[in-house]
Design a protein around this ligand. Structure first.
Ligand code: UDP
Length: 428
């Protein structure tokens, strides 16, 4: 049984200057200018897992780039017993609108684990960024908090179950600043200090998003039982009901069974899902996916336990003709950004952060049900030239709005604002 105490996560160092070829010298100069008043400041990021899921993906890059900009940045992850993750997954699901109540016993499991983890924070920081609901209550258990505390919510809280919202709301009130991805995620009557909206981002230089030759992609496809010469649909996601992997199988089957008559032959589907440390529901949904998949040699389901890591995910995203992200609720959906960056059109559920990434008909399509998703997928498979143009448009949109350097810029502006270095001293 793991002891309930935070653990430090190390990241591979990065240099901000390496981003010059991607975003240009002026933007890097601006980041350095914003970072100038923050030299040697101490920053701590806290979250629930170092692996699997979007927050871990974001922090791997952001911690390293902030260090390269002259700050001392630590990243700690919580450690807790399995019951804690069962409760926090319930928090996650109910915050995204699932019905149900949180019992007193479940609240106590949560608070006890958070309290135990709080013991690890003994040093002083200038800024502490607490990610998502899992460590949210920690600020209440820090005996002498220093610096500015920021709660960063990554999930879609547009229609939360009120039982859970009313439980977490008092903890959010204690923070000096609160970040959501979209305005629609914040209830109208919410009254948070320094409420800020920051969309997430991807690292164009990470092993998951860097370039890959066609030959390497094809070789990897063969090793994963995918025929590079036949059409491929892919969804990369945790096995989570909100990501609707079962719906994706239905879309694929609709196309497969109607394929000859529509001129699409031999379509294949790959579902890739990592098992995040803080998501106990993953294996349950994986079992359901495997049952629905049945024995179909054109439908492959992979996890990180099948040796599909960053490079494997990248290869599937490059190999796919169409990428799906058929979410019903979605905080942002880094997988959408990742696929767009690889020049792929994405068909995404009309939900949360997917709506700000996909411009309907420009770089993909927004869909509300299986039939719409089937029609749009078929359309893109039948019209590869249009799919290619949409992919190119998508890459450009990511370059302008969703690269890590833009998100770091937003953080630096907020840090400066909280420390009283407003736009008069730093050009915001
Ligand atoms: N991911 C991965 N392997 C997988 C499935 C997902 O590395 O098998 C990564 C994916 O590439 C993305 C992140 O996990 O970087 C998922 O982030 P997203 O915002 O899409 O969803 P979340 O899991 O945070 O809800």
């Amino acid at each position: 049984m793991p002891s309930e105490i935070m653990q430090a996560v190390r990241v591979i160092p990065k240099s901000i200057d390496d981003y010059i070829p991607v975003i240009g010298e002026d933007k890097v100069k601006r980041l350095k200018e914003l970072a100038a008043p923050l030299q040697n400041k101490r920053v701590l990021h806290l979250n629930a897992t170092a692996y699997g899921g979007g927050v871990a993906e974001l922090l791997k890059t952001q911690v390293a780039v902030m260090q390269s900009l002259g700050m001392y940045v630590d990243w700690y992850v919580m450690r807790a017993n399995p019951e804690f993750y069962d409760v926090t997954k319930l928090f996650h699901n109910t915050l995204q609108g699932h019905p149900g109540t949180i019992s007193e016993a479940q609240k106590n499991i949560y608070l006890e684990a958070v309290k135990n983890n709080a013991r690890a924070i003994v040093e002083s920081y200038d800024y502490v960024v607490v990610h998502d609901p899992q460590p949210l209550a920690i600020l209440d258990y820090i005996t002498a908090p220093t610096g500015k505390w920021i709660w960063r919510c990554h999930i879609d809280t547009s229609e939360p179950n009120l039982d859970i919202w009313n439980f977490i709301n008092p903890y959010i009130q204690n923070y000096d600043a609160v970040i959501f991805t979209l305005e629609e995620f914040v209830k109208e009557d919410a009254d948070f200090k320094n409420l800020t909206f920051i969309p997430p981002s991807i690292d164009p230089l990470s092993p998951k998003n860097s370039e890959m030759s066609e030959e390497e992609v094809n070789n990897l496809m063969c090793s994963y039982n995918v025929d590079p010469d036949r059409p491929l649909i892919a969804q990369v996601s945790r096995f989570d009901p909100w990501k609707d992997p079962l719906g994706v199988i239905d879309i694929y089957r609709n196309i497969k069974f109607g394929q000859v008559k529509k001129g699409i032959k031999g379509v294949q589907l790959v579902l890739v899902g990592s098992m995040a440390h803080d998501d106990p529901e993953g294996w349950i949904i994986y079992d359901r996916v495997m049952r629905r998949a049945g024995e179909d040699f054109d439908l492959n389901v992979y996890t990180n336990f099948h040796n599909v890591g960053d490079v494997g995910v990248k290869a599937f995203q490059y190999a796919a003709d169409v990428v799906l992200q058929k979410s019903i609720r979605e905080g942002f959906g880094l997988t959408v950004t990742e696929a767009l960056w690889k020049g792929k059109p994405v068909i995404g559920g009309k939900a949360g952060g997917i709506k700000i990434q996909i411009q309907d008909g420009i770089n993909g399509f927004l869909v509300s049900n299986i039939q719409e998703a089937t029609d749009k997928t078929l359309y893109l498979l039948q019209n590869p030239d249009i799919a290619k143009k949409m992919g190119e448009a998508g890459k450009q949109i990511v370059k302008e709005k969703f690269l890590t350097t833009r998100e770091i810029e937003d953080y630096l502006i907020l840090f400066n604002k909280l420390s009283g270095h407003p736009c008069s001293t730093v050009s915001c």
